[in-house]
Design a protein around this ligand. Structure first.
Ligand code: S3P
Length: 450
């Protein structure tokens, strides 16, 4: 059985904090970082990436791309360079490809393998081996990929790509950008046109970046918002310069912290404002948050802005199910905002939260209850009633970086410190979280005596 905490678990506590102020930087977007390395590895020439997220998940993708034959290097100033092997040019890795905690990394990479007759064994950490892979294996099997799995459709498993895969038309059954992207990346190595039909709009970084690298890809959206994406297979991708904007999913933590800690006034710089990623901002504004977008501009084909958040009296709202894909990773920290809002916040249509790095509905409910917050959960909903937060509880993170960060933010407004069992897992997506939050005014301590 794989371990349920990091190699060196480090309990961490956060206690009541003074105002969070000043300017705040969060690292590069995780979704875009993974894709930049993967498309760079398939392009001809040298792709240059600035602002890449240098955190566990993305470093595993960098290692995987090296194992497939791409040259991936970092300059002293933090610029990354990827010398690609061309579509169809991936080498068979000599060892097992371990993606650690990264669901996006492994699911997208499985798509890359589809179009080449190479065998690749994938594995991951104690969280990733529990996550469902059937959602990507099903379309890959239809394209001709052979799957050898030891425990159902879970990792570890081996894929053998097809020499001549079949182009498919695939209607994505769950709102998942990872599934959509896996099929599109498999389509890259497949002769003919691969079609993905997406009934619910999810983050579109793969489509945008494929177009940027020169693939023939078209997207049609009908009157009901159903998107049909067609990709011509076996293109020549041309190396690009990719600028990675700040990750809105990481920005969520300082934004919520500033809203709930009295007297705060914090500006998070250069945050990605892709419409498929800003559901949290919409929700917080509905709750009465004082959030302003400043210096709105374009960078690397995406809208970005500085997000200024000032302490606000929040009210509970109902978050509609159709908003879930645009804030799927942000519900844990929304639940923290809800814990101090007036009245109840009801989050609907969130069943996908149960198959993230942990079952986040259960982890959030347990963590809030342990800290004296009134919470109810259903199969696909979570209801949080705000009030004074007693704190003093221990939170089990289940190898989930966002659970750890969310509950540390809760500690900033709790009567007694909140302790997470393993702060080390934060390195998955935001290695400087503790230092950046401390610099802004947040208060951390090593674990409190139980
Ligand atoms: C991601 C898609 C989402 C999200 C994940 C990143 C991506 O997952 O939760 O953190 O980069 O495509 P799903 O596609 O499973 O919803």
């Amino acid at each position: 059985m794989a371990a349920q905490s990091s190699a060196a678990p480090r309990p961490l506590s956060a206690g009541r904090s003074g105002p969070l102020t000043g300017r705040f930087r969060v690292p590069g977007d995780k979704s875009i970082s993974h894709r930049a390395l993967m498309l760079g590895a398939l392009a001809t020439g040298e792709t240059v990436v600035t602002g890449l997220l240098e955190a566990g998940d993305v470093m595993n993708t960098a290692a995987a791309m090296r194992a497939f034959g791409a040259a991936v290097t970092r300059d002293g100033d933090g610029t990354w360079r990827v010398r690609g092997v061309g579509v169809g040019g991936l080498l068979e890795p000599t060892g097992v490809v371990d993606f650690g905690n990264a669901g996006t990394g492994v699911r997208l990479c499985m798509g890359l393998v589809a179009g080449q007759p190479i065998s690749v064994t994938f594995t991951g950490d104690g969280s990733l081996v529990k996550r469902p892979m059937g959602r990507v294996l099903e379309p890959l099997r239809r394209m001709g990929v052979e799957v050898i799995a030891r425990s159902g459709d879970r990792l570890p498993l081996t894929l053998r790509g097809a020499a001549t895969p079949l182009p498919i038309e695939y209607r994505v059954p769950v709102p998942s950008a990872q599934v959509k992207s896996c099929v599109l990346l498999a389509g890259l190595g497949t002769p003919g046109v691969t079609t993905v039909i997406e009934p619910v709009f999810t983050r579109d970084h793969t489509e945008r970046m494929l177009a940027g690298f020169g693939a023939a890809i078209e997207v049609e959206t009908d009157a009901d918002g159903v998107r049909t994406i067609r990709l011509e297979g076996r293109p020549e991708l041309k190396a690009q310069h990719v600028t990675v904007p700040a990750d809105p999913s990481s920005a969520a933590f300082p934004i919520v912290a500033a809203l709930i800690v009295p007297g705060s006034d914090l500006t998070v710089e250069g945050v990605l404002m892709n419409p498929a990623r800003i559901g949290l901002i919409t929700t917080l504004i509905e709750m009465g948050a004082d959030i302003t977008l400043e210096n709105e501009r374009e960078s690397g084909g995406e809208k970005i802005a500085d997000v200024r958040a000032r302490a606000s009296a929040l009210k509970g709202v109902t978050v509609p199910p159709e908003r879930a894909p645009s804030m799927i990773d942000e519900y844990p920290v929304l639940a923290v905002a809800a814990a101090v809002a007036e009245g109840e916040t009801m989050m609907l249509g969130i069943e996908e939260m149960r198959v993230k790095e942990s079952d986040r509905v259960a982890a959030v409910a347990a963590g809030l209850a342990a800290n004296g917050v009134s919470v109810r959960e259903g199969p696909d909903w979570l209801a949080v009633t705000g009030g004074r937060v007693r704190g003093g509880g221990h939170v089990v993170t289940h190898l989930d970086h966002r659970i750890a960060m969310s509950f540390l933010v809760l500690g900033f407004v709790a009567d007694r410190p909140v302790t997470v069992d393993d702060g080390a897992v934060i390195a998955t997506s935001f290695p400087d979280f503790e230092a950046s939050m401390t610099a802004a005014g947040g208060g951390f301590t090593e674990e409190q005596a139980a």
